[in-house]
Design a binder for this molecule. Structure first.
Ligand code: SF4
Length: 238
């Protein structure tokens, strides 16, 4: 497996830990608000030149033992790579905590990773209320199978014994307060739900550059309305 980029040290991507962040290439969805558009295309179709091989990554992580606590797999969508479980296994063998950022559309792999105790933290995006048409709008491209798998992933994570965070990038054109509350009700009982501020500066769909994000006050009000259903709701920047 090759990665499109490596952030050697982050204090924010794995709460409370010092983590390296790996950016995988490619994604099955096309969320119009995606701010990592340069990672969506497959290898060989981009000018980006610094691909990182698994062997280079493992050497780097061995050197950094004692300085880093964790490795975060981000993207793009890491689970579209069939080699991902094998790479994570190698990283766990060195002794690192592993966090996966995912859109949840590969529930089969997520189940496998959970069963094999290869994950310590999963942050899963929930793009919209769990209705196909609404989810399609917010994710840009969505098969029925993806949609089914996303709901399966939520079910898996609701009973997982690791740290789980659900998160939604709140985009005013698709998300009214009631939509976010609907999501909160769907994941009722979840430990952590993060409402991420939409950033109009770098979006896959240029038309979104004219959309004004909710203010912090408005997002806090939406978060408060979700609070009855979730242990902790937080508002954060993407
Ligand atoms: S799931 Fe959406 S936001 Fe995440 S990388 Fe894919 S297109 Fe971008």
């Amino acid at each position: 497996m090759r990665f499109a980029g490596l952030l050697k040290q982050s204090l924010t991507d794995y709460p409370g830990k010092i983590a390296a962040v790996l950016f995988s290439r490619g994604c099955n969805l096309r969320c119009p608000f995606c701010h990592n558009a340069h990672l969506l295309v497959k290898l060989g179709r981009t000018a980006m030149d610094s691909e990182i091989e698994t062997s280079q990554l493992i050497s780097f992580l061995k050197e950094r033992r004692g300085f880093l606590d964790a490795v975060v797999f981000s993207g793009g969508e890491p689970t579209i790579n069939p080699e991902l479980p094998q790479v994570i296994r190698q990283i766990k063998e060195i002794g690192y905590l592993v966090k996966l950022d995912t859109n949840g559309s590969n529930s089969l792999m997520l189940d496998q990773l959970l069963q094999q105790e290869l994950l310590d933290y999963v942050a899963m995006d929930i793009k919209a209320p769990l209705e196909y048409e609404k989810y399609l709008q917010a994710s840009g491209r969505l098969t029925f199978e993806d949609f089914f798998n996303i709901r399966s992933s939520i079910n898996l994570l609701q009973t997982a014994s690791i740290t789980v965070e659900f998160r939604t990038t709140v985009v005013p054109v698709w998300h009214q307060t009631e939509d976010i509350i609907q999501i909160a009700r769907y994941i009722e009982g979840a430990r952590l739900y993060s409402l991420q501020q939409f950033n109009p500066r770098t979006t896959l769909d240029p038309e979104l550059s004219g959309v004004k994000p909710y203010s912090k006050v408005e997002l806090n009000e939406i978060a408060a309305r979700c609070q009855p259903y979730i242990h902790k709701v937080r508002v954060c920047n993407v």
